[in-house]
Design a protein around this ligand. Structure first.
Ligand SMILES: Cc1ncc(C[n+]2csc(CCOP(=O)(O)OP(=O)(O)O)c2C)c(N)n1
Length: 331
């Protein structure tokens, strides 16, 4: 329905919501642009995997999930952490390795964690989050809670045994898991078609009798709508659901990747579908975003990123006395 046919209060609500989706995508984009700079400057060390190009997936999905739902993600999870509401300062400080980071600086970029927001990682092992998600969902089932565990993972995970074990068990026990496969076509330097005989990833879930579909992961509204539908089905008790979100990472796999496995033309082609400017243009065309509003959202996003960097800079290192804290040592 065109907005001209909707009552004014609905238009106002939609406009606000659309701006919030755009603001979140801008925060993630600029946060990571800054992180890349800080990595080059030696402020952030270890591994760093950027989500640039994939923002619509995390933002659309989180908008459709409830605070009581659980989230499990991968090492490419800054976007999910920010969209879930972990303060940008806590995410940045974590990358710095500071004690004000969301994992007290012990996890770094790949291990964001915030139990108060039911954000259960951040897993460096490909497919490592899937069995954890199945376990969280099993706990909900056993305790009679109607909530969803949303599990993000890359298409590279489907080559792992853990993927098959997890989807199978979730289906067999009808557990409330929402599998969210971020298909960005490359697992490090391996193109999907070079490693999988079936490249329609969502079909793999159907082998286990799990409802599945693919979604345009460059379109934040399409992601939000699909996740809302799928989460409602899971919450109703209809068993797990699988969404394949087709997307693309614009940057290298990590900071140490010369990108020899794909052409510049392919990347340039996907950049035409950049989820941020395309969404902004669509809103502008619908009369829902003015140039001044876009500028204000950009400025707001940068302010949040600058604040995050200030807090990370100001943060303390964990004191030496805490070295053995949370370390299990049998005596
Ligand atoms: C079990 C395991 N094998 C190999 C690796 C090394 N590795 C790190 S990322 C990656 C590619 C994963 O690609 P994908 O799942 O598509 O996610 P993306 O990086 O594209 O987001 C691999 C093979 C690992 N971390 N864990």
């Amino acid at each position: 329905m065109s907005i001209a046919h909707r009552p004014p209060h609905e238009i106002a609500l939609e406009r606000e919501h659309a701006h919030e989706l755009l603001r979140q995508m801008l925060v993630i984009r600029h946060f990571e642009e800054k992180a890349a700079e800080l990595y080059a400057a030696g402020k952030i060390r270890g591994f760093l995997h950027l989500y640039i190009g994939e923002e619509a997936v995390a933002v659309g999905a989180m908008a459709a999930l409830a605070p009581e739902d659980a989230i499990v993600a991968t090492y490419r999870e800054h976007g999910q952490a920010l969209a879930r509401g972990i303060p940008a300062a806590a995410v940045m400080a974590e990358m710095y390795g500071k004690a004000n980071g969301c994992s007290r600086g012990r996890g770094g970029s790949m291990h964001m964690f915030d139990a108060t927001r039911r954000f259960y990682g951040g897993y460096a092992i490909v497919a490592g989050g899937l069995p954890v998600a199945v376990g969280l969902a099993l706990a909900d089932r056993m305790q009679g809670r109607h909530r969803v565990t949303a599990c993000f993972f890359g298409e590279g995970a489907v080559a792992e045994g853990e993927f098959h074990e997890s989807v199978n068990l979730a289906a067999l026990w009808r557990l409330p898991v929402l599998f969210l496969c971020e298909n960005n076509l490359y697992a490090m330097g391996t193109a999907l078609a070079r490693s999988e005989s079936e490249t329609d990833i969502h079909l793999k879930a159907q082998n286990y009798r799990v409802q599945s579909e693919w979604v345009d992961g460059m379109d934040v509204l399409a992601v939000e709508a699909a996740v809302a539908r799928a989460a409602a089905s899971v919450r109703r008790g209809d068993g797990p659901y699988f969404l394949e979100l087709r997307t693309f990472r614009f940057r290298a796999h990590s900071m140490a990747d010369p990108e020899l496995y794909r052409t510049r033309e392919e990347v340039a082609e996907w950049k035409k579908r950049d989820p941020i400017p395309t969404f902004a243009a669509r809103l502008a065309a619908d009369g829902m975003l003015t140039g001044a509003e876009l500028q204000a959202l950009e400025a707001e996003a940068w302010r949040e990123v600058d604040w995050a960097v200030d807090e990370a800079e100001r943060g303390e290192w964990e004191p030496v006395e805490d070295l053995e804290r949370d370390v299990y040592t049998p005596r």
